[in-house]
Unconditional design. Structure first.
Length: 145
């Protein structure tokens, strides 16, 4: 799992249920929430563009909210994971895969039959992620379902 939880520094609503986010680590990304909102009926009021435009940051940057941290809120860790999954950055997508499954570097290494050092290198982007590792991640998920 990540050493530090991500924090949101700025957010603005975009057309098409998208949020432009800047995280405290300096990473900026626009995240498409249309599928996420469709998957969670409790978030369905957010399809109203007037309401969606009223997004604000929760206290301490721990997420975004549309109703003062009520049920219409999404945690920063979830937004970071969604952003990573939607990015073209392999290291961020690998980090999101680890976060989705609650893996530490050691647990990911055990799941994939690799060394902890390799996992850390892939996660930080210091080494490119081989195609076979990406396929192993997909295979591991398929095996778990």
């Amino acid at each position: 799992m990540r050493e530090k939880l991500p924090r949101i520094e700025s957010v603005s609503a975009q057309d098409g249920l998208r949020l432009a986010l800047q995280f405290a680590d300096g990473w900026m990304m626009t995240v498409d929430l249309s599928r996420f909102i469709a998957d969670f009926p409790s978030l369905s009021p957010l399809v109203d563009p007037v309401l969606f435009a009223q997004v604000s940051i929760e206290e301490w940057g721990s997420g975004v909210t549309w109703d003062s941290e009520g049920p219409l809120s999404i945690a920063a860790i979830t937004l970071y994971r969604l952003a990573a999954e939607q990015s073209g950055d392999d290291a961020k997508r690998f980090d999101a895969w680890m976060a989705r499954h609650g893996f530490s570097a050691s647990k990911a290494a055990a799941a994939l039959g690799m060394t902890r050092r390799s996992i850390i290198s892939y996660r930080t982007g210091s080494r490119p992620i081989p195609k076979v590792v990406g396929l192993a991640c997909k295979g591991w998920e398929a095996e778990q379902h």
